[in-house]
Design a protein around this ligand. Structure first.
Ligand SMILES: NC(=O)c1ccc[n+]([C@@H]2O[C@H](COP(=O)([O-])OP(=O)(O)OC[C@H]3O[C@@H](n4cnc5c(N)ncnc54)[C@H](O)[C@@H]3O)[C@@H](O)[C@H]2O)c1
Length: 393
């Protein structure tokens, strides 16, 4: 089976040159000023030069709104390699050196999941905007503190994933908002593969399949059905040890298998299933996934998302008046899953606002923490956070 990194890397190379495009609405934070009458660009510093940087950097380096200023990694050879490949003039072995070095506006955080929160905090403190891979923070409380800190410093924070930006998400949101399924009752989403083998953090505390994989489906379902009110979950470890490339055999201490039930209110329930032990006959090649990985059913209709929500291929709709599934939204437009940081660079220059929000990302963080609490306690866990909904342009 191919690895996550390789498949997504191949995918981005095939789509290189696709311009970043935001779904927009008015934005109140002032756009970055032009310098010496040169075209405005967001100066970007990238921290974390591992697997996913191979997918982000080709996109960022062809984005007309991006000036790649710095690359940083605690493994300095990685920063050096990516700086060389993508013509990034400065490279650093530590965030402190990066923040004290060449000036930049936006930190793109592509480090281990457990590192995001403290690196984001340090960069906000230094007056940088943030685009963070998931999760922005390890808990709702810590994430809210980051947003508060960002407000005080006059900067903004956004985080992956970008699934709400796809034309297929927009199609489903429009059908739901128009009452196309009648009374919405239930939804199911699943996403998994056999797990990365290049870094141990995926299997250690603060990692796990929920923040790495379940996060996509949780963002999509809450984006479509609204913020969740409460959570019930079961999680487990299916494979207690793993072999990681540079470390050998490690102990798995965070869940690698999860089932999460969400109550969205008004009777609507949904379910997300994710894990690092999911055999798939075509590996993890997004374009080969032709199943409905997300289904939503209501009193007069049913929807199916064809393919993964991070690389959707179309939307199937059946209704009481047209009961055979009919496929729509088969064009992907400019959407690619790795476009988030480029879109933010564009938004910082133009003052446009992306559809994805930090509040939505933190709602999903709260769901993940609640799922773990539910597993530990056997209880249904009430949620407190929310976000602007519906998610539509
Ligand atoms: N690999 C993928 O295909 C993929 C896809 C989507 C999202 N993601 C997300 O991207 C993030 C990174 O994943 P990855 O697969 O690239 O991992 P990786 O292990 O390949 O890369 C992480 C890099 O961050 C560096 N790093 C860790 N702590 C650091 C610190 N404090 N300062 C500077 N550098 C530091 C590591 O040395 C490493 O080079 C994760 O949040 C993951 O969930 C990965």
């Amino acid at each position: 089976m191919k690895s996550t990194g390789i498949d997504r890397r191949v995918f981005v190379e095939q789509t290189l040159g696709a311009a970043a495009a935001a779904t927009i609405s008015p934005w109140t934070v002032p756009a970055l000023a032009a310098v010496d009458d040169k075209p405005k660009r967001t100066r970007v510093g990238v921290i974390g030069c591992g697997s996913v940087s191979n997918v982000y950097l080709p996109h960022l380096s062809t984005c007309p709104y991006v000036d790649l200023v710095s690359a940083c990694d605690i493994k300095p050879d990685r920063a050096k390699r990516q700086a060389g490949r993508f013509k990034i003039p400065n490279q650093y072995p530590h965030i402190d050196k990066m923040l004290a070095g060449a000036k930049f506006d936006l930190l793109v955080n592509l480090t281990d999941m457990q590192e995001h929160e403290h690196l984001n905090r340090e960069a906000i403190d230094a007056g940088k905007h943030i685009w963070s891979e998931k999760p922005i923070a390890n808990s709702l409380k810590a994430g809210q503190a980051l947003l508060e800190q960002a407000k005080k410093r006059g900067v903004r924070v956004w985080g992956a994933p970008t699934v709400v930006n796809s034309p297929q998400f927009a199609c489903m949101a429009k059908i739901l908002a128009g009452g196309g399924l009648g009374r919405v009752a239930a939804a199911h989403a699943d996403y998994g593969h056999t797990g990365p083998d290049w870094s141990s953090f995926f299997y250690e505390k603060g990692g796990g399949s929920l923040p790495d994989l379940g996060v996509y489906n949780l963002t999509t379902l809450t984006g479509l059905l609204g913020p969740a009110k409460s959570v019930v979950a079961l999680t487990s470890i299916v494979t207690p040890t793993r072999v990681i490339r540079d470390k050998g055999r490690i102990k798995v201490t965070e869940e690698d298998n999860a089932m999460v039930l969400l109550d969205h209110g008004k009777g609507t329930l949904s379910h997300v299933q994710c894990g690092f032990n999911f055999f798939n006959p075509h590996g993890h090649e997004g374009s080969q996934e032709k199943r409905h990985t997300i289904t939503i059913v209501g009193s007069t209709g049913a929807l199916g998302l064809v393919g993964y929500d991070w690389e959707p291929l179309g939307v199937d709709l059946a209704t009481a008046s047209a009961p055979d599934f009919k496929r729509q939204a088969t064009e992907k437009g400019d959407y690619v899953w790795q476009q988030g940081a480029s879109l933010i660079a564009e938004c910082l220059v133009t003052g446009k606002e992306p559809l994805f929000t930090a509040e939505h990302a933190l709602h999903v963080v709260e769901i993940i923490c609640a799922a773990r609490q539910s597993q530990e306690t056997g209880q249904r866990i009430d949620l407190v956070s929310s976000f602007k909904w519906p998610v539509m342009s």
